[in-house]
Write a protein that binds this ligand. Sequence first.
Ligand code: SF4
Length: 521
Amino acid sequence: MPQSIRLYIKRSTVSDLNCLKEGDHHFIQINQNKNPYKLLMYNDNPTLDHLVKTIDPMRQGEVLDFPGHQEKGNGKLFYIESFGCQMNFSDSEIVAAVLHGAGYRSTRNMEEADLILVNTCSIREKAEDTVRKRLYIYNKVKSSKPGTLIGVLGCMAERMKKNLLEEEKLVDLVVGPDAYRDMPKLLESAEDGHRAINVQLSREETYADISPVRLDSNGVAAFISIMRGCDNMCSFCVVPFTRGRERSRDPFSIVAEARDLFDTGYREITLLGQNVDSYHWKNPETGEEVNFAQLLRMCADVNPDLRVRFSTSHPKDMTDEVLYAMAEKENICNYIHLPIQSGSNRILELMRRGYTREWYMGRIHAIRRIIPECAISSDIIAGFCTETEADHQETLDIIRQAQYSMSYMFYYSERPNTYAQRNLKDDVSLEIKKRRLSEIIALQNSISRQLNQSDIGKTYKVLIEGDSKKSAEDFKGRNSQNKMIIFPKNPGLKPGDYVYVEVLDATSATLKGRITQNPQS
Ligand code: SF4
């Protein structure tokens, strides 16, 4: 085992979860708290790719808790709510690990917490209002329990720090996404009544040596953050400002995390980054370089029964080398999320996406050639600045050509401090934006339905994720193409098992089937 893996296990597992000893694996049970406020949140219009797509409405406001560790530590409890994309949820797992290391224990009960945290998201227009509303609620709790500390973490920390900390005095602690390691020091400072703030963005921080405490509730699929930040500067996007410059994490720590997850029963990992195709790590000692295709192979080699997914690809950076790795390794899933955003070259240029529709279609053809069974999905923005009817028709045309299995579709809404907000006119009326979006959705739905119906009669290898939402008699699981399949349970099977399922029926969103023993039937 390479030296760096040994170091990773030793440092992260032992120091961040001091209930464990060296060599232990994590056995952590998570309670999913369905927050009563979640339905009021984030019903506005997102405009970002790959961040948006990972937002799960059911998880907004989710509270992180690790029962069984309450008796240890410094006797203090923290409560954390998370909003936004999967990246933010992953960050909450890192924060939890740092706080555990500092002696804090978690609670799902805000009223008994010594520290109340909200991990924020900047990508939606009303996110700031939502967080502010939550802060008023936290402050009510604080008024009946003086001494409670309140902190804002994540993407909005930088932008809101002045208002929240100095003017409205709603929070005691403001911590940006690259400063979570600093939290124990900041907490001491806040406890002493001092200003506790660190929103410094870093060029190096990847939290490679911190072993996140898993928030996932199904124990089957987990996310692994492989890089942070983004260097792309798409004109509609806040990420380069809120999460800073791109940096890639040590591949050995990623593989060690994947192995650790496999050993504790997980059967699927999703490698997470704003632009995974630009993953690049150089060993400071040997000069050895690792790119994304190599990292994929390393993760796939952990175990053939560990599925590997990734999100998100960028059309300008996705290489054939990645596609060949996917074609070669059965456990790298045949699914690529490749956001187009617009089918018009003029709009793509205004969006500063770095590719043309011709280049994009070239990438689609490469995927179809190298991995014929691969499903492709996309993100599409309707009504970006200056978009004409002709531009819109080009978007509809590329959706037809690309034949996406599904898409995340939004109409454009301006985000503060972005290039588009400063330099372009948001001049398409809301009415037109909504009409174009509904045309895009109708087209995508009909393509998804057709593609799903063409799956009827095929048999797929499916990883069981748990009970179907509608019936405890049925399992739900995904095939390699990331399509959800519902099928009746067979005795003896459990989440984390692989089964072969023949597709019997299909809607635009879901497949239905039955377990079959024969992969060829
Ligand atoms: S700037 Fe980066 S994170 Fe934002 S949309 Fe572009 S590629 Fe994605």
